[in-house]
Design a protein around this ligand. Structure first.
Ligand SMILES: [Zn+2]
Ligand SMILES: [Zn+2]
Length: 113
């Protein structure tokens, strides 16, 4: 069996309103089929070798919208409010909570897949 990296989940909890955001450290790797359609290959999936890109969840720190950023067509703004203060959902540690605008996110390690 091929050795592959384990995926680690992390959950961020706002220390004021309790809003939680979970993310996996390796995002959502995908490959394209012959028709060019996108398929996700979650761990463990033999198709992971064929993955050519990764959709990673991001959070807008202005309006709180969560959205995917495709590594092949990177976004630098929130698709909803056009703010440039967006953050990879795996790196929310210490960021201000956009939902209550009072707390900050604190990370907790979750499951391993
Ligand atoms: Zn909050
Ligand atoms: Zn936004």
């Amino acid at each position: 069996m091929a050795k592959s990296k384990l995926a680690q989940e992390i959950t961020f909890i706002c220390n004021s309103c309790g809003e939680t955001i979970s993310a996996w450290d390796d995002g959502n790797p995908y490959y394209l089929d012959r028709r060019g359609r996108k398929h996700y290959a979650y761990h463990p999936d033999s198709k992971r070798e064929a993955c050519i890109g990764n959709d990673s969840p991001h959070l807008c720190l202005s309006c709180g919208k969560s959205f995917m950023v495709d590594s092949r067509t990177p976004l630098h703004q929130c698709p909803k409010c056009s703010s440039s203060s967006i953050c990879d959902s795996y790196h929310l540690q210490g960021k201000s909570c956009p939902f209550c605008r009072k707390g900050i996110f604190e990370g907790r390690l979750g499951g391993i897949s």
